[in-house]
Design a protein around this ligand. Structure first.
Ligand code: PHE
Ligand code: NA
Length: 453
């Protein structure tokens, strides 16, 4: 039996884990990345492949992570070490925990920059800085926003400070308390945005774009992008879900909670598409405007619509909250590790890691201005952090965990943690042993550039 229960360090509410894990999953990935990827890879066809990846790879891996966290009752490093020992395997497997923790940290160090954009656009909207801007003005505003390292740095610093404040307060008083109002608030705002999109005049075009399936547009590049995004969007292999799982009570069903989180994340991504694309189409703009979709095309569209400023404000508040409920989860593994294994108080752990994070995120932030040409293989710091995490650390960590769960640990351990009916367990094991690793290996081969797809 599990001897490492930490009854005073579990989620308080029945919805604690689900809210926090959904908060982690739902983020810039859903609202910023998913829509522009969908635009780039051809709409409905991409959406379909993405859904397949979520359920064939994302769900089984998320179940592993929650089970690892709950069984090991600790930060990724400690939890995985305990699990390996419990099966008589080498403590070296805890390297997977290290990778996950570092991966979460690295993601956060560029994530705060994008979250900072969201905060700064909220400010611009409120202070009238975007009103009456033309297409060219919008591009110039976005450039100017990036060009000034002091202003840009101030926004990402603000995000870092809020993140560390929340995490420093603890699992229940910081994380759980804040996701409990931010998540419902976010969903309500997203609902309002969709309502608005319905009256924009572009709704049917938006729906058609998201859901019409054109097989011809289905490229293998889109397929691999979808697979990589499945990891990112579900916060996998980055310590977040595993650490949150370590606070999950023993009587919650891992399969049910996983399905709830994965389903909610998917629904929010689609909702974001339904809120954004109609507004874009109604104004005759390009749905595949790349990463600038939210910060150039969308504000431009809002500016020419009735009550545009009001809805633009709601939009950026929502985006900022989505980013915060994710950013807190990325640093939780590090803070939990410093707290549990090194005996450092949570507040000190949060501010200490916050300072290191700030230094690295500053380098990422400088990629948009004075550090634009500090490049290696034509990638700047920001690009490298993104590339290394989503193309390398996440798939590698995910692969390691599927192998560990599928072949290394004693079967009974995860079987009792998951407590599935036999059919479900066999299906899960099959996915974990064969389907997920194969998918992950494909991302790798592609990343290494060995496959000319
Ligand atoms: N899932 C988050 C998003 O979609 C990103 C994230 C990655 C969060 C890794 C935590 C850990 O925005
Ligand atoms: Na997500």
């Amino acid at each position: 039996m599990n001897t490492r229960k930490r009854p005073n360090n579990l989620w308080l509410g029945r919805w604690g884990f689900i809210l926090a894990a959904t908060g982690s999953a739902v983020g810039l990935g859903n609202i910023w990345k998913f829509p522009y990827m969908t635009g780039e890879y051809g709409g409905g066809a991409f959406v379909l492949v993405y859904l397949l990846c979520i359920f064939a790879v994302g769900v089984p891996v998320m179940m592993i992570e929650i089970a690892f966290g709950r069984r090991g009752r600790g930060s990724p490093i400690d939890a995985i070490r305990r699990l390996a020992r419990e099966s008589g395997r080498s403590a070296g497997w805890s390297l997977l925990g290290w990778m996950a923790m570092i991966c979460g940290f690295m993601i956060l160090s560029f994530y705060v920059v994008v979250a900072g954009w969201s905060f700064s656009y909220l400010w611009k909207t409120l202070s009238g800085g975007l009103s009456g801007a033309s297409v060219e003005d919008m591009a110039a505003i976005f450039e100017a926003n990036n060009a000034n390292p002091w202003a840009l740095g101030a926004w990402s610093t603000l995000v870092t400070v809020i993140t560390m404040l929340i995490v420093g307060l603890g699992v229940q008083k910081g994380i759980e308390k804040n996701v409990s109002w931010m998540m419902p608030g976010m969903v309500i705002m997203l609902g309002i945005m969709i309502g608005y999109a319905m009256f924009s005049g572009g709704f049917s075009e938006g729906v058609a774009f998201l859901f019409s399936f054109e097989i011809g547009k289905l490229t293998s590049e889109g397929l691999l992008a979808a697979l990589g995004h499945a990891f990112f969007t579900l916060s996998l292999a980055s310590g977040a879900i595993l650490t949150y799982g370590s606070y999950l009570s023993d009587n919650s069903s891992i399969a049910r909670t996983t399905l709830t989180v994965a389903f909610s994340d998917t629904v929010v991504a689609l909702m974001a598409g339904l809120a954004i694309f109609p507004v874009i189409f109604a104004n005759g703009l390009d749905p595949s405007a790349g990463p600038g979709l939210l910060f150039m095309s969308l504000p431009l569209a809002f500016q020419s619509m009735p009550f545009g400023t009001v809805f633009e404000t709601i939009f950026f508040v929502m985006l900022s909250m989505a980013a915060l409920t994710s950013s807190i989860s990325m640093i939780e593994a590090t803070v939990a590790w410093l707290n549990e294994s090194k005996g450092i108080s949570r507040a000190k752990a949060a501010w200490g890691s916050g300072i290191l994070l700030w230094l690295i995120s500053t380098l990422a932030m400088l990629s948009f201005n004075i550090g634009a040409d500090w490049t290696l293989a034509s990638k700047n710091v920001f690009d490298w952090l993104d590339f290394l995490t989503s193309r390398f650390l996440m798939p590698l960590g995910g692969l390691g965990m599927t192998l560990m769960a599928g072949f290394v640990l004693r079967n009974e351990i995860l079987k009792s943690e998951l407590a599935l009916p036999t059919v479900g367990y066999v299906l899960w094991l099959y996915m974990v042993r064969y389907v997920s690793p194969l998918g992950i290996v494909l991302i790798f081969i592609d990343s290494l550039g060995l496959m000319d797809l």
